[in-house]
Design a protein around this ligand. Sequence first.
Ligand code: C5P
Length: 306
Amino acid sequence: MAEHEESSQVSVTVRVPAKVNVQLAVGAARPDGFHDLANVFLAVGLYDEVTVTPAAELRITCTGPDAGQVPLDRTNLAARAAIILAERYGRTPDVHVHIAKDIPVAGGMAGGSADGAGALLACDTLWGTGASREELLDICAELGSDVPFSLVGGAALGTGRGEKLTPLDVGGTFHWVFARAARGLSTPAVFREFDRLAEGRTIPEPVASEPLLHALAKGDPDALAAAVSNDLQPAALSLFPELADTLAAGREAGALAALVSGSGPTTAFLVRDAESAGKVAEALTASATCRSARVAQAPAAGATAV
Ligand code: C5P
């Protein structure tokens, strides 16, 4: 179908934030291969934009710095979202899904999940299905463990495999710097490495940290910095040892806390204010221990039509 035919039709654009896990407590592997989590998600102001336009058949396009690494077939979570929603409402997923990608790919910031949630909300709006929020969240959970949070945004505790969400209060703005790594890491590979490193050890039940929830509710960056934790960090560092240099460079530049974001390899630096964020981002870029560094604020709103 010619582009002009598509563009003459109505389209819907949805903006979806990235996430950082301020706590990622990981339990032992379950019989289904997943891990029970106590996963404290915080949405951050780095966004993908997903636009859906009626088309002759489902197709995906992507632009942005990492666009070449994004699959454009039906394995893309945005395509799967359109297919699942269409099936539920007895129609064909005949849309062009365009992803304007700014969230690092395979970076531990839920970029793929953001695209799934964005495409779902955009198709739902375009098709006027009238699906309830619960139904959309249900489809999100079917798409992946992090997808419900991409829809909801803000801050939330994710339990189960991360998909069961309890919203959390956030009492202020937190300033962050995110360093993109030179390559990606596969989430299943990081969980497998977690299992390997855990062999022979008893893994405690994952529970949310009370001091961390309190720090979020107060909007206190020092208290949050003292409480952040990521049980996947040793596994990510084991697979990608150079990340230790990036973490050290951010700490030396004045970050209050430095951690791997989710399964990595993006590294996350909590800083006191916007001025400190600029300095840490500059120092990280100059350190040559990462591909690029970006500042972002949190919390950010979930998937929103623009
Ligand atoms: O849910 P999602 O498809 O995003 O998960 C990707 C992979 O990450 C899973 O196949 C699994 O290997 C791992 N994972 C896990 N435990 C979780 C979430 C994800 O082991 N709670």
